[in-house]
Design a protein around this ligand. Structure first.
Ligand code: ATP
Length: 135
């Protein structure tokens, strides 16, 4: 029985993280799920949120903008459109993104793509939340 598992987070731009970890908690589309070593294989859709993992007893957070999690052979692979380790998030940029999304949502004119603005708002909120964990 393995005591650890591999976590890899990939976006179209880069490999965000590749680490040996003890636990992964991810924002599944149907709710948060956890993966321990020796977990059975499965594939899950993710929603915008913060993934967390335990490595050497420490909990770390990574923002993910949805995507998919593939669990197989004691490895968790996350494929996301964008993802950032909490400590790499630009706080000012996330605040500005939240302000822009707020303004768009308040306008609520026909041409405004409400779902798009809502998703932008969610990304900004979860990035800001991830930043909180670095204080
Ligand atoms: P913005 O309006 O600020 O671009 P967004 O939510 O539309 O925010 P995304 O489309 O999710 O941005 O991401 C585009 C790229 O910018 C990705 O590579 C993502 O990792 C990066 N990114 C977005 N916001 C931040 C941030 N606050 N800090 C660091 N990187 C960010």
């Amino acid at each position: 029985m393995e005591k650890s598992l591999q976590l890899e987070i990939v976006t179209p731009d880069k490999l965000v993280l590749s680490e040996t970890v003890e636990y992964v908690g991810a924002p599944g589309y149907d709710g948060e799920f956890g993966v321990l070593p020796n977990h059975i294989s499965f594939l899950a859709a993710l929603q915008i949120g913060n993934l967390h993992y335990k490595s050497q007893g420490k909990t770390n957070f990574v923002f993910v903008s949805g995507g998919f999690a593939d669990v197989s052979d004691n490895k968790v692979t996350i494929l996301a459109e964008s993802a950032e380790k909490a400590e790499e998030i630009d706080l000012g940029r996330a605040r500005q993104a939240r302000e822009r999304a707020e303004a768009r949502l308040q306008k609520m004119q026909d041409e405004v793509d409400y779902a798009r603005a809502q998703a932008a708002m969610q990304r900004a909120m979860f990035r800001l939340k991830a930043c909180e964990t670095c204080k």
